[in-house]
Write a protein that binds this ligand. Structure first.
Ligand code: ADP
Ligand code: ZN
Length: 435
């Protein structure tokens, strides 16, 4: 396959060129933030660092971090670096982990964001001949508008469906020949399930690729979706604080996402000490916006845990890759002293032939943590006898024990008893936090 690029010169420039580009921008950006964002100036002053101290990316480590709580404290305008009259858009986080955070954009910021999304669409094989069906939510959430703008930049025919009304999504997909689907992986799985229920198979739909992100998903889930929809499924990563989707995107190699390093500098730090870790280490991802104007966050701690790699990529792109985040540091559950990521549970379920429709409940009884996993059976599996189901629950609990190190209580539940997601799936209920 001939590799498809949106901005080939930028996407394939040498590491030295990327570094020189970053070095040429960082000083100016820090000066812009220092002069226009009193909140960050104050953090820099407290740390005793001045804009003149930041001459290249090698000086980045001198700068203070920003966290989500800074964003909440500075809400709504405290981190704004441009007059509102120069801003053209506001977006907000989904509020998955608490109070929403809002971000501002100038037209320049929108432009670079849409370029990032266009790169992702072209990396997934998109061209102006394609029909891009955007089923991420439109509105304050960045998913819809980001892909919408990116698809326009590629010149694809854009279908701004937003999420929901799944049968209609499939109908439009067939009637209008959608070739690229953009939504959360959990919604893609739901679309696949609905397709089957409508009596169709992958052969009945014209899709060739999907670009799925905004939430963690496993390799097993990727294979499942690829099979059900008959497509290649690409991962995409982003967060509202940086712009939205497109901060990093997958290429034909499908093993890690290239971070758009001409706009964002990525670091991996030890989440406990804040120390910068060498390439290849697993840690918290931290981003610095190099050329955003209105909401240029510096050393923003994402709380997403992943690994960066500069290994040569077969697609020809040179920007650093982030491996699939295992989830946010705050998604990690500590159950009876053991660290458990929901993604580990998803992997076991799919490996054992179950549906990706599950719910994890954590609670505390008699001073001990409990872990209950509810997994929906497919209608074929549901016809088993009670005894067969009990045996399956036992086998699944033991497979979980091997992976997680603790014994969960498994509940195999009837088809359709777990709510489906049209956006970001909420799969964990930690009742310990409610007591
Ligand atoms: P919220 O923080 O309220 O969910 P956002 O919609 O901005 O707001 O979501 C950004 C977060 O979504 C990221 O920090 C990350 O945790 C998660 N995310 C986005 N894309 C991916 C992806 N491809 N894989 C795993 N997690 C992702
Ligand atoms: Zn690549």
């Amino acid at each position: 396959m001939v590799e498809n690029y949106y901005q080939k010169e930028i996407e394939t420039m040498s590491h030295e060129q990327i570094k020189a580009h970053q070095d040429s921008l960082i000083g100016k950006q820090i000066k812009h933030v220092y002069e226009n964002v009193p909140y960050y100036k104050n953090l820099m002053d407290k740390k005793g660092v001045k804009p003149e101290d930041i001459k290249s990316t090698a000086d980045l480590h001198k700068l203070p971090f920003l966290t989500k709580s800074d964003l909440r404290e500075a809400y709504p305008y405290g981190l704004l670096a441009k007059p509102l009259s120069e801003c053209v858009r506001i977006h907000s986080t989904s509020g998955t982990t608490g109070k929403r955070v809002i971000a501002f954009y100038t037209q320049h910021d929108i432009d670079i964001w849409e370029d990032c999304c266009a790169r992702a669409i072209m990396a997934a094989g998109g061209t102006k001949e394609d029909v891009v069906q955007v089923c991420y939510g439109y509105g304050l959430f960045t998913g819809g508008s980001g892909f919408h703008g990116g698809s326009h930049k590629v010149g694809s025919l854009t279908l701004p469906m937003s999420s929901g009304n799944t049968e209609r999504q499939i109908q439009f997909m067939m009637d209008l020949n959608s070739t690229i689907l953009c939504c959360t992986p959990s919604y893609a799985a739901y679309i696949g399930e609905t397709l089957k229920e409508m009596g169709y198979t992958a052969d009945n739909i014209p899709l060739k690729a999907g670009i799925f992100g905004a939430e963690p998903w496993t390799e097993e889930m990727r294979r499942d979706i690829e099979k059900t929809l008959g497509i290649k499924a690409y991962d995409i990563y982003g967060l509202t604080e940086m712009c939205g989707p497109g901060v990093a995107f997958e290429c034909s190699a499908q093993n890690g996402m290239h971070i758009n390093e001409d706009h964002f500098i990525a670091e991996i730090i030890d989440p406990d000490t804040g120390e910068v870790l060498p390439e290849g280490s697993k840690g918290e991802l931290v981003f610095t916006c190099l050329d955003k104007e209105a909401f240029p966050l510096i050393r923003y701690r994402t709380r997403d845990i992943c690994v960066l790699t500069r290994e040569k990529c077969s697609c020809g792109r040179t920007h650093v890759k982030m491996l699939k985040p295992t989830g946010r540091s705050d998604d990690m559950l500590i159950i009876r002293g053991v660290n458990v990521f929901p993604s580990q549970i998803e992997t076991v379920l799919l490996e054992q032939g179950y549906t990706p429709n599950y719910r994890i409940e954590v609670d505390r009884e008699n001073n001990s943590d409990t872990l209950d996993i509810f997994v929906e059976l497919s209608s074929e599996q549901f016809s088993d006898t009670v005894r067969e189901i009990a045996a399956k629950e036992k086998a699944l609990a033991s497979a979980m024990k091997t992976t997680l190190g603790i014994n969960p209580k498994m509940h195999l539940v009837p088809p359709k008893s777990i709510a489906r997601s049209e956006g970001k799936a909420v799969r964990v209920v930690d009742k310990r936090k409610l007591h």
